[in-house]
Structures are given as structure tokens and as C-alpha cells.
Design a protein around this ligand. Structure first.
Ligand code: BTN
Length: 226
């Protein structure tokens, strides 16, 4: 796949610009919007995303037309697996975990986040990666590796990996993504509490719900709004 990269020094949010490209410019699959800084970067559930210089903030337009809408909930996991694989290829010694639904974790702290926004004519996926700095409580790659960090190299690795994992998902089913995601899942097998449900985290469903086995042995599904 060919990615077309539009690079800006500053934007309100690469998500907003990507949505504009999708609606007004009929942008094609593979259009990438990247900004050195964002003034109104946002994450899931409308949370503010700190977009400091030296970090990666970008959005990618995908048009998985042949997939039913009901499968779109799997996309966040497709992207998370792609990011995990890309980081692993660049920094093989790093232990990277994937936290449900769409966070990238190192050393129990958030290093990256993913947002998926389905629009009428495509999906805009946003990836924020703390490379050189992190907000309080989070972590950045610079804290974890001794090698030099090249933002462009990291971007390229993520895009390449995204295309590999996404194409596999388009042609096959969710199984391999689900398996890889689960292998790296943060807090797998642990007792956790989410949205008033407490249980052992045993994996994810095909709709992307979190599966918790409660004290009665009943599997409860926890879903989320993106
Ligand atoms: C989350 O953790 O809730 C998701 C964070 C997603 C942040 C990225 S940065 C690039 C893109 N533009 C945005 O405004 N948000 C996403």
C-alpha cells in the first residue's frame, strides 16, 4: 500500500484534519496526517491528549469497505498489534504490553494511545506515541531505550507494520490479531474491576469486548464507547 503523508508543523488535531480530508477532499485509504505539535489533540472519550514537540501524533485514513460494520470494533486491536510489532522490531529488548481497549504500555505506564473514529466514508485512526517526553504518570521511549530515536524511522516502522497487520485482517479474520493481542495483553489472568464488573481478565471477544470471569465462573463482557 502507498501511504501519502501530509506533514504539518502544527495542527489543532490530526484527527480533525484527517476527517476534513476524508469528507471534503475524498482522501484515499493510506492518507496520513502528521503534526509536530497539536493544540487540541484528543483521545478516547474526549480526553485531552498532550501533544508535545518530539512526540509522534498522526492519523491514518482507512476504508475497510469489505468488512461489515460489526467488525470495526476489531480495528483498535489491529492497530495496537501493529504498533507493538513495529516497536518490537525497532527495540527488541523492550517489553511492550497492550492494555484494553487501545493503550500501549511499557513498565505499567502508558507510552501510546490509539483512537478509532468511524466516519461515513471511512475510518480515521489516530496514534499518539510519547517518544521524547511524556506527561506526568506516563512514560516515553527516551526513558526506556539507550539508542537514538528517529521520529521518521518510528513512523515508517508503524506504517509498514500497520499495513501488514491490516491487510492480514482484511483478507483473513480476527483470529491472528486476537491471538497476538492476547499474548501481549496487560493484566491478562489478573483480577480486575471495570465498569462495575469484577473478574479475572481472560481475553477479548470478537467484538472487542473485555472478557472477565466473575466469582461465579460466569464470563462477563465489558464494552466501551470509543
Ligand atoms: C487515547 O489514548 O485515548 C488515544 C489518544 C490518541 C491521540 C492521537 S495523537 C494523533 C491523533 N490526533 C488526535 O487529536 N488524537 C490522536
Amino acid at each position: 500500500m502507498k501511504f501519502t503523508i501530509h506533514h504539518y508543523s502544527e495542527l489543532e488535531s490530526t484527527q480533525t484534519t484527517a476527517k476534513y480530508f476524508l469528507h471534503e477532499e475524498k482522501a484515499e485509504e493510506g492518507t496520513v496526517i502528521i503534526a509536530d505539535q497539536q493544540t487540541f489533540g484528543y483521545g478516547r472519550q474526549g480526553k485531552k491528549w498532550e501533544s508535545l514537540l518530539g512526540n509522534l501524533c498522526f492519523s491514518v485514513i482507512l476504508t475497510p469497505e469489505d468488512k461489515p460494520l460489526s467488525d470495526y470494533g476489531q480495528l483498535g486491536f489491529v492497530v495496537a498489534v501493529a504498533v507493538q510489532k513495529a516497536l518490537h522490531s525497532l527495540f527488541p529488548l523492550l517489553l511492550i504490553n497492550l492494555k484494553w481497549p487501545n493503550d500501549i504500555i511499557i513498565d505499567h505506564k502508558k507510552i501510546g494511545g490509539i483512537i478509532i473514529e468511524a466516519e461515513q466514508n471511512g475510518v480515521v485512526i489516530g496514534i499518539g506515541m510519547n517518544v521524547n517526553s511524556a506527561p506526568t504518570g506516563a512514560i516515553c521511549l527516551k526513558d526506556c531505550v539507550s539508542s537514538a530515536l528517529d521520529l521518521e524511522e518510528i513512523l515508517k516502522a508503524i506504517l509498514k507494520s500497520l499495513w501488514d497487520v491490516y491487510s492480514g485482517w482484511l483478507t483473513d479474520n480476527f483470529d491472528s490479531v486476537k491471538e497476538t493481542w492476547t499474548k501481549h495483553a496487560y493484566q491478562l489472568d489478573e483480577m480486575i474491576e471495570r465498569e462495575d464488573t469484577k473478574g479475572q481478565f481472560i481475553g477479548i471477544s470478537d467484538e472487542g469486548a473485555m472478557l472477565l470471569r466473575d466469582e461465579l465462573g460466569i464470563i462477563q463482557k465489558v464494552t466501551t464507547v470509543q
